[in-house]
Design a protein around this ligand. Sequence first.
Ligand SMILES: NC(=O)c1ccc[n+]([C@@H]2O[C@H](COP(=O)([O-])OP(=O)(O)OC[C@H]3O[C@@H](n4cnc5c(N)ncnc54)[C@H](O)[C@@H]3O)[C@@H](O)[C@H]2O)c1
Length: 261
Amino acid sequence: MRICILGGDGYLGWPTVMHFSARGHEVVAVDSMIKRHWEAVVDVAPLELTPPLQDRAAHWYKKTGKVVEVVVGDIATDPELLHHLFRDYQPEVIVHYAEQPSAPYSMMNQNAAIHTQQNNIIGNLNVMFAMHDFCPQAHLIKLGTMGEYGTPNIDIEEGWIEIEHKGRKDRMLYPKKAHSLYHLSKVADSNNLEFGCRIWNLSVTDLNQGVVYGIDTPEMDNDPELRTSFHYDDIFGTVLNRFVVQAAIGNPLTVYPKKSS
Ligand SMILES: NC(=O)c1ccc[n+]([C@@H]2O[C@H](COP(=O)([O-])OP(=O)(O)OC[C@H]3O[C@@H](n4cnc5c(N)ncnc54)[C@H](O)[C@@H]3O)[C@@H](O)[C@H]2O)c1
């Protein structure tokens, strides 16, 4: 299949690129490299140096003979990039990871919150419009997060909930109760995607993914030239990765307690 990975320079993006490429699919990796800029802004770095995406793609080619095309561009501020890519490449599958992924980052200050929502919500809308106009048969796999649901006092349903209200019934998106402005950007994405499926007949999997952890996949093969960006800091490090590092160096795990009232 022709697969387009948006956010291909990221923690999940690069292993996904290799996973599909190794299985013989044609893969294009798109990234603005903006995460590397955000890291510099908040003064954190991945555990180990992560080679540039172009270098990793070149090394992957040397090692496996498989070509990964790299496109550098911003899907939130440059909608034409997606127009050209989707029109010319005609992806059958689009995996969309290209968002600001951190709740703590989104809650640092007003600028970071607004930037997170602009980047994520507009980028996702640009993907939807480009699919609608140039590759309506493609299937989109969009990474949302488990945190969209929050911690409601009723059972969480898989995406949808049947509601009976004043004697009438309907099936609606499960109401979301996010805990950060990052998570709320994902809730907006989910609503926009549901609209795209319902009104435009887009085909979408909105994956409300839980925390991903670990540092390698079979394709990475312990090769430093193929490693992915691994964060363990308090801004971009997902909690399980922070625990893994703390356990490895024998530090107590920083479990966040509930405030007692
Ligand atoms: N890592 C997890 O545990 C986890 C869990 C649930 C959901 N997610 C979601 O999965 C996605 C990927 O997560 P990750 O951990 O790989 O994050 P990441 O920050 O490592 O990767 C995201 C990539 O997208 C790129 N990007 C961001 N905005 C862009 C834009 N406008 N145009 C082009 N490129 C852009 C960044 O430069 C970065 O390389 C995110 O949407 C995140 O919210 C991640």
